[in-house]
Design a protein around this ligand. Structure first.
Ligand code: SAH
Length: 395
């Protein structure tokens, strides 16, 4: 089966681990929507997830409703993952219709849904109100469920090995557009449609499309919504949230001062400026040493060890001497290296490292006393693995 075949019917529990399956969408596809104006020319409609609870109270009061309706509405959205007025039977009929319309507009419409790993990895392609496309990925493991979310439609960082980077930036997502990806995942999981039975989202990683720290205000508010307890937010632990960045140093410094305990991941990909200038172009602005210094300050401020993301690219950044250089840079740090075998993007001249080179890279980092893991390649068959999110709607 290829991911391009017509939609399958029924639940996807029989597919083998390496077989991608297109899932039937329960909601209407967004294809029939009017094209509207160019994506990015208007702001997404206001949604309760954009606002702290106090502002939601003010908004419902403006609609002529008592302030406690804000909590009721918020419990439905953040606690029961519904935005449908008909589910809100504890609210009077007329109020619920008006409140849902004003504060729970539909932000994301599922355009395609693909699954692999026996249905425990699911990628959703979303269409926004203005026609932009973004993707999120749900990954269920034996001990946790991780949502990988997008923070921007496209990305302006132009890393040459990353699919998202190739098309450039369309626009920043709003806070609610980010949060809604997680709520949608929570909804699917709660219904038991993901093999393994009903469950909850335990982790969120900002490793989908976009550079989260280039959309700072919306991402920070999204972190608050995701981690504040119900009804203020969704109640996910701050420690289970990871913000991954190319290394926007001033924004890392700012994040360190927010008093949060979210995990920071820096996408290094090379220990030397010469190579990093080509792999992560923003390195011309903030060098390896500055990025690592900011990450150390982040660890000092939050007590959280930082992680270093390193996509292993055959004969480009996987040499033994680069492993030694990286190991010596990190030897005294509370840091962890995540090696990601490169997921080649279409047309890429690069590929993943040879197994022997990867093993040697790991061995040398460990010899420097640096903890290292090799990331699994979940979702590769559905173009849902790291760096493959390109949001192509083509069937
Ligand atoms: N802009 C953020 C989030 C991007 S995606 C950042 O750069 O950190 C999360 C990780 O996937 C980043 O470390 C990114 O460099 C990595 N990645 C991108 N393309 C990849 C690819 N083709 N193969 C493996 N990892 C990739």
């Amino acid at each position: 089966m290829s991911p391009h075949r017509p939609p399958a019917t029924g639940p996807v529990v029989s597919a083998g681990p390496r077989v991608p399956v297109e899932l039937t969408l329960t909601g209407p596809p967004g294809l029939d929507r009017p094209a509207g104006r160019r994506a990015g020319s208007r702001r997404p409609p206001r949604h309760l997830a954009d606002l702290p609870l106090a502002e939601r109270r003010a908004a419902v009061t403006e609609l002529g409703e008592p302030p406690f309706r804000a909590s009721q509405l918020s419990r439905h959205y953040f606690g029961r993952y519904t935005d449908r007025a008909e589910d809100m039977t504890d609210l009077p009929q007329t109020s619920r219709d008006a409140l849902a319309e004003a504060l729970l507009p539909r932000l994301l419409t599922a355009e395609r849904e693909l699954a692999c790993d026996d249905g425990t990895t699911r990628k959703t392609l979303w269409r926004t109100f203005d026609g932009a496309l973004v993707e999120s990925v749900l990954m269920r493991y034996p001990d946790r469920v991780t949502m990988c979310v997008s923070s921007q439609a496209g990305c302006g960082m132009a890393c040459p090995f990353c699919a998202t980077g190739q098309a450039g930036l369309t626009r920043n997502l709003s806070t609610a557009e980010i949060v809604d990806q997680v709520v949608a995942g929570a909804r699917v999981l709660a219904t038991g449609r993901v093999p393994g039975g009903p469950g909850r989202i335990s982790n969120v990683v900002f490793m989908g499309m976009g550079e989260p720290l280039a959309n700072y205000a919306s991402v920070l508010a999204a972190i608050r919504r995701l981690t504040d307890p119900v009804p203020e937010g969704m109640g996910i632990s701050q420690r289970s949230i990871t913000v991954s960045t190319v290394g926007l140093v001033p924004a890392i410094t700012r994040l360190a001062a927010e008093g949060l305990s979210v995990r920071l991941a820096v996408s290094l990909h090379a220990p030397d400026d010469e190579l990093r200038d080509t792999l992560v172009p923003v390195n011309r602005r903030w060098r390896v040493a500055e990025v690592l210094a900011a990450a150390r300050d982040y660890t000092a401020a939050t007590g959280r060890r930082f992680s270093v993301e390193y996509a292993l690219i055959k004969d480009i950044n996987d040499q033994a001497w680069r492993a030694d250089l990286l190991g010596s840079l990190l030897a005294d740090d509370l840091a962890h290296v995540n090696l990601i075998p490169l997921n080649p993007t279409p047309g890429s001249k690069w590929t993943a490292s040879r197994p022997a080179d990867q093993r040697e890279f790991v061995r040398r980092l460990e010899a420097h006393g640096v903890p290292v893991t090799v990331r699994d390649t979940r979702g590769r068959e559905i173009d849902g693995a790291c760096g493959q999110l390109a949001a192509s709607a083509a069937p």
